[in-house]
Design a protein around this ligand. Structure first.
Ligand SMILES: Cc1cc2nc3c(=O)[nH]c(=O)nc-3n(C[C@H](O)[C@H](O)[C@H](O)COP(=O)(O)O)c2cc1C
Length: 201
């Protein structure tokens, strides 16, 4: 099973990265492959809304020459996509938002002269997040948006783990969060067992 983690935090040693590290510690015990892509190292422009991609059925068809195609390829090859992001302004961070905008248009040919494929259909998706507010007030809008994006793109949403940041004076990764993120990895792994065979490509 191929796990692709898209890391959307600008802070390489930050809270989101700490959750990812703990998640991977558990995941590696299952002997599974994984790839971590740090989105702040890539050039990802926001969607320009030109609609060119909607009439291109033979691929992404995006007019922008940046790193989007490479990132989309990694997403398409994954069985499980884990979107790891701090919450900024009640949603994911900018580079992840830009990637999702591009992926939802170039990857779903719904608005051109004819309907085309949903290129990520069948992919499983989950999220690791961190935020300052209690999760139900900090990460709820992100989770709702992600659920709708998955439904629209024929992807399967599996759930979210969110760790609250209580501020600089409190160490972020306490025992409860460690346990929580490890349990999340276990649940995802058992849910995913055998699932990659069902992937529609
Ligand atoms: C620019 C910015 C915007 C933020 N917006 C929110 C927000 O809307 N809601 C929230 O609960 N926390 C918000 N936070 C807090 C972060 O989500 C939180 O500190 C997170 O753990 C940071 O993760 P990191 O260490 O991976 O960067 C914001 C932080 C920053 C820097």
């Amino acid at each position: 099973m191929k796990l692709c983690i898209l890391l959307g935090s600008p802070r390489k040693q930050g809270n989101t990265a700490a959750l990812v590290e703990e998640f991977l510690r558990q995941w590696e015990q299952f002997g599974e492959k994984s790839q971590v892509i740090s989105l702040y190292e890539y050039r990802i422009g926001p969607c320009l809304g030109c609609m060119t991609c909607q009439d291109r059925m033979d691929g992404l068809g995006c007019v922008q020459q940046d790193d989007f195609a490479e990132l989309f390829q990694a997403m398409a090859e994954a069985d499980l996509l884990l979107l790891a992001t701090p919450i900024y302004a009640w949603y994911c961070t900018g580079p992840m938002k830009a990637l999702l905008e591009r992926a939802i248009y170039a990857g779903n040919k719904n608005y051109g002269s004819q309907k085309g494929p949903a290129l990520l259909a069948g992919t499983y998706v989950a999220s690791l997040t961190t935020c300052g507010y209690p999760p139900e007030k900090g990460a709820d809008l992100w989770e709702e948006g992600l659920k709708r994006l998955c439904r629209h793109s024929k992807m399967n949403y599996l759930g979210m783990f969110c760790g609250r940041d209580l501020g600089r004076s409190v160490p972020f990764l306490d025992e409860k969060k460690r346990q929580g993120v490890r349990d999340f990895a276990r649940v995802l792994h058992s849910t995913m067992e055998g699932k990659h065979h069902e992937r529609i490509t």
